[in-house]
Design a protein. Structure first.
Length: 119
C-alpha cells in the first residue's frame, strides 16, 4: 500500500483545513499522526471499519472520515490552534485495539504534509 497525503498549508488560528490521503489499496485501518518541531510523533485520529478514534487534544475539533470507493481518508480540522502546527502523516495498517493509537500499529506511511497555524 502506498499513501499520498495532501492538503496542508498555512491558516490562521480558528480557521479550518482539510487533509486527504489516497491509498493504493484498501487498508483495514487508516490514521493520522503529527509531529511538531522538536517533539515526537503523536497520534491524532484513526478510522477502523466505521469506528473513529481521536486524541483528546483534537476531540470535538477534528473529524476523520473515509471514502472506501476512492480508498481515501480525510481529516477535517476545525478551530485550529497554533499548537496544531506540525507535519501531518497518514498511516495505514491492521492495528489491534491496543496498538490503534501507536505508530507500531501501522505498516505504511505517507510522506507528510505541513500544517501551520498562525496566531
Amino acid at each position: 500500500v502506498q499513501l499520498q497525503a495532501s492538503g496542508g498549508g498555512l491558516v490562521q488560528a480558528g480557521g479550518s483545513l482539510s487533509l486527504s490521503c489516497a491509498a493504493s489499496g484498501r487498508p483495514y485501518a487508516m490514521a493520522w499522526f503529527r509531529q511538531a518541531t522538536g517533539k515526537e510523533r503523536e497520534f491524532v485520529a484513526a478510522i477502523r471499519s466505521s469506528r473513529t478514534y481521536y486524541a483528546d487534544s483534537v476531540k470535538g475539533r477534528f473529524a476523520i472520515s473515509r471514502d472506501n470507493a476512492k480508498n481515501t481518508v480525510y481529516l477535517q480540522m476545525n478551530s485550529l490552534k497554533p499548537e496544531d502546527t506540525a507535519v501531518y502523516y497518514c498511516a495505514a495498517g491492521s492495528p489491534i485495539s491496543s496498538t490503534l493509537t501507536y505508530e507500531k500499529g501501522y505498516r505504511e506511511w505517507g510522506q507528510g504534509t505541513l500544517v501551520t497555524v498562525s496566531s
